[in-house]
Design a protein around this ligand. Sequence first.
Ligand code: ASP
Length: 304
Amino acid sequence: MKRIVILGTGGTIAGQARSAADNTGYVAGTIAVADLVAAVPPLAAFAIDAEQVAQTDSKDMTFAIWRALAQRVAHHLARKDVAGIVITHGTDTLEETAYFLHRVLAPARPVVLTGAMRPAGALAADGPQNLLDAVRLAASPEASGVLVCMAGTVHAGCEVRKAHPYRVDAFDSGDAGPLAYLEEGVLRRLRDWPRGDALGLAHVLRDDWPRVDIVLNYAGADDALVDALCALGVRGIVAAGTGNGTLGAPLEAALLRAQTGGVAVLRTSRTARGSVIDTPGAALPDAGTLTSVQARVELMLRLM
Ligand code: ASP
């Protein structure tokens, strides 16, 4: 029997609505992770340790929860008897947590995040199947790294993003595409598991995380937000540019002033896919293939 640790953090997968027909008007993060496990009979085939790390709607995710989660993941990864870890999580910021864990821990064993788009008591709840798939993936001897398993599709934690606000198949990996599919418990792998250099847990075990915010370029964007952030003492700014990371003149001028004043700036694209392609001589560095929220996590980690 493979031992799998399931860490609960809340989300819609642990959410409850008044009516089974209501897929949007529910309260996220109310059912204990042990009860989610008990509701999926095939999980009896695995030795499972269920642990509640948090119980939140992931739109309210905090740095304190991230620190606690990274600590619990690192603790269980140090156990020789644990084959893999599953994290139940709200879908709204799942991609940020996945990127954070990838950069901090870059584990060799699988750490699989999953969630649900419909609350636990919905007529056709997706959580139970997602949880079973995530456990099967975490128990797979070939799986490795921070992974996300939703709707039978496996994504790399460093590439995944929420791409739809409502549909059950809500995640994709941009241009990179999925890593694998999980079909009736059988893994159909398309490409290599994610790798990376771990920054290490010690890197984030502090409570003075640098403030990094995101600003957007759009028609009529001016310098007011960037100047206000600088007045607040921001340490980093991700500028989600139009197209290939382009910025309107007043916004760009404000960001250049901020950079000269010591604020770290990274450009991304507000488009949904692709990469910012490096332009020779660009005065503001770009974040390549990272989405704006991934770039924000990256910048925070670099500034620590
Ligand atoms: N607001 C919920 C959350 O992120 C949405 C979900 O889980 O699907 O916790």
